[in-house]
Design a protein around this ligand. Structure first.
Ligand code: G2I
Length: 460
């Protein structure tokens, strides 16, 4: 997909007109119960050409009882958008928060099936009406590790995110599919963890089209905010500012302006959404974090955003239909192996550090394997690290003997033969070839206990 920078002299007088002249959208999060408030609707319709439901498309709202779907709020917002020339962002198919009670109480394969069914049903219901879906929201942990956040969804297996993206693509092939998170407003451990996941998804053909940067901001902005957007764009995904709000006071207007300029300077930054219309509509209480005061008057921050939109370069947006739909997982992944070494400052994105660190010099001969386990009552997820020996590998297999009563239910990045007793995992096409000392990972989920697993690795 191509986008061209264009330099159009222009001076739109509303956010929506100025953004549209530059090939972008400017959106707001909407609470549908406010659509009967005249001041609110006047500002919304005049200034914004994109909306997202603040709560109405979340799991608790759309499937409060398992298998019984209700789309009242979401449908109402879509109708409002269609009547007023606005596109719709969908938020959010899977998230560890705002799950209905029944899902909060589920785990393992029952939760995995319920989650994938949820993605399929909701994305199918809104098919053709959504510009971009937040398929997965906030799945990475805060703090320095750069890994996944623990949650009931994460405990169903590390591949839950890619399973969700595949289900969403199958249900609505025309929507852009985004990963969305916060505290990613610069190059940091968390954004790098996400970056590594996106790079891995792109290398394996997992269908991802965009990354959302929530940008709930305080009193300063990371100096590498734009550079961080750009490094994601360089992976071949769109980027979007999805939930922008900024602490009121001294720096607010300038930060709003800087964020807008950063987006304009990144040709794959396709739009900005603020998380509410007026200060009093914001989840941030008394922070006065938005562009309009409680009476609907424009604030200084508004003027900075409008000026930045008008001053920025334009783009010719790619069609709303994303690039070729990624083939179903039966198609072999690309023959080029994904990068096996993460950037130096960050640990691997998804796994806790191994209990035994990988050797600094490659083991002699074929390969070695180590396992790290995430267990709960009745089940576990094992992540296995395969390290090539001094001769490298052109393929490998790892054997594991499960305790009695345990069985493998799901495997990723390897093919399992057998499910109980001694199970043999063989590389898939893209991760068999490793240079001396290179490392790759695969994983599997099991029922029963995974205690005491001792993997043995053989190279071919
Ligand atoms: O927390 C701010 C945002 C962070 N990123 C994901 C967004 O989805 C999230 O939005 C907020 C909404 O702005 C709040 O309105 O998500 C909150 C839930 O985690 C929303 O709050 C909920 C309250 O917790 C519920 O008690 C309330 O019933 O809003 C519901 C509807 O008003």
């Amino acid at each position: 997909m191509t986008m061209t920078l264009t330099s159009t002299a222009s001076a739109g007088t509303t956010l929506r007109a100025s953004a549209a002249e530059k090939g972008r959208y400017f959106g707001a999060a909407v609470a549908t119960n406010k659509l009967s408030d005249n001041t609110y609707v006047t500002v919304l319709n005049r200034e914004f050409n994109s909306v997202v439901a603040e709560n109405e498309m979340k799991w608790d709202a759309t499937e409060s009882q398992q298998g019984r779907f209700s789309y009242t709020g979401g449908d109402r917002l879509v109708s409002h958008a269609q009547a007023n020339g606005m596109s719709v962002r969908g938020h959010a198919l899977l998230w560890h928060q705002q799950q209905p009670g029944w899902a909060q109480n589920m785990s393992g394969s029952a939760l995995r099936s319920a989650a994938i069914n949820h993605v399929t049903q909701v994305a199918t219901h809104f098919r053709g009406k959504i510009y971009a879906w937040d398929v997965v929201n906030e799945a990475f942990a805060d703090g320095g590790g750069g890994g996944r956040r623990d949650s009931n969804l994460q405990r169903t297996g590390n591949d839950w995110i890619e399973a969700a993206f595949r289900a969403a693509r199958a249900a609505d092939p025309g929507a852009k599919l985004c990963y969305n998170d916060y505290n990613t407003d610069g190059v940091n451990a968390k954004s790098t963890g996400i970056y590594n996941m996106v790079r891995d998804f792109k290398s394996r053909g997992v269908p991802i089209d965009c990354v959302g940067f929530q940008s709930h901001l305080g009193t300063s902005l990371a100096s590498d905010y734009q550079a961080n957007l750009q490094r994601f764009a360089d992976l071949g995904v769109d980027v979007q500012i999805t939930e922008l709000d900024v602490m009121g006071g001294g720096n607010q207007a300038s930060i709003f302006g800087s964020v807008t300029r950063a987006c304009m300077n990144v040709s794959r930054c396709t739009g900005i959404t603020v998380w509410g219309v007026r200060d009093c509509d914001s989840w941030r209480g008394s922070d006065n974090a938005l562009l309009f005061d409680c009476s609907g008057n424009k604030k200084a921050a508004y003027t900075n955003v409008l000026n930045a939109l008008n001053a920025g370069p334009g783009i010719t947006p790619s069609p709303t239909t994303p690039g070729p739909t990624t083939p179903a997982p039966t198609t072999p992944p690309p023959t080029t192996p994904p990068p096996t070494t993460p950037p130096p400052t960050t640990p691997p994105p998804t796994t806790p550090p191994p209990t035994t660190p990988p050797p600094t010099t490659p083991p002699p001969g074929g390969c070695s394997a180590s396992v790290s386990l995430n267990s709960w009552t009745g089940g576990f997820v094992a992540t296995v690290k395969v390290t090539a020996g001094s001769g490298g590998t052109s393929g490998w297999n790892v054997s594991v003997t499960l305790p009695s009563g345990a069985s493998v239910t799901n495997t990723w990045s390897a093919t399992a033969s057998g499910a109980t007793g001694t199970v043999r995992f063989t590389n898939v096409e893209y991760n068999g070839r490793l240079g001396a000392g290179q490392v790759t990972e695969f994983g599997f989920q099991g029922t029963g206990s995974g205690a005491g697993l001792t993997p043995t690795c053989a190279a071919s």
